[in-house]
Design a protein around this ligand. Sequence first.
Ligand SMILES: [Zn+2]
Length: 135
Amino acid sequence: MIETLSPEQTKAALALLIEDEKLSAEDLAEAVKRCPTAEVKRMVDIVHNSMCKDQHDSEQEGVKPECEYHQEDQEPNCWNQYEHQKWLDKTTELLGEIDVANEKELLNAFQTVNTTLTKLSQIKGARKLLELLLA
Ligand SMILES: [Zn+2]
């Protein structure tokens, strides 16, 4: 039945369930969090791929702990699982901290930082210089 509902019907039905106290707003918020949009999923992947320090390929086996997000990715309901929810939380927090609203802005932010870090790595003593400038 759910498959045949229009977006308007779905919204109205959920509002009725909350109004009739058959569903709490908290339950709905929790369920929505486990069903992120395609763009949010891509943003979580970008953040995970940029920030995860765990092992993602078998070449470095044994050097670092194996990435559980990567393992969950192989499963159909991965967005329901612990590591995906953890990285979703991290991503949501990061987007707020750096004031980014969408995938394009997130990609631009990472690109700018990567370009800057590449340029900085060409300067001997860049770390010390930055410390002095930011102090
Ligand atoms: Zn990972």
